[in-house]
Ligand binder design. Structure first.
Ligand SMILES: [Zn+2]
Length: 105
């Protein structure tokens, strides 16, 4: 399977993991779009925002919120799906920190 998130979740590709449990892994984006850019990635391939179990989404978003509180900086949260980016069918949440209102989405 040619999915970089599966490779990272499986340990085949090194990433600077800052959190990991049985369902998700958190690490900095290799091509950051903001001074802080973290990815919260499901360990399971084949799900997106609109198809994942709500309980799992709640857990992942809870982790995003935890990190936001910890960082304490202006932030943006982004989700893509249905082929909006090159990563397909693999749930991941972007947390961008220290963003500015001068560059809105
Ligand atoms: Zn995958």
């Amino acid at each position: 399977m040619d999915c970089v998130f599966c490779e990272i979740a499986g340990g085949g590709v090194a990433a600077d993991k800052i959190f990991e449990d049985e369902e998700m892994v958190v690490f900095p984006d290799k091509n950051p779009g903001a001074p802080v850019h973290l990815l919260f990635v499901s360990k399971k391939h084949g799900e997106e925002f609109h198809t994942v179990e709500p309980a799992k989404l709640e857990k992942m978003l809870g982790k995003v919120r935890e990190k936001i509180v910890e960082l304490g900086v202006p932030y943006r949260v982004a989700l893509n799906g249905m082929g909006a980016t090159q990563i397909q069918d693999h749930l991941h949440i972007h947390l961008l920190g220290k963003v500015s209102a001068e560059k809105p989405v």
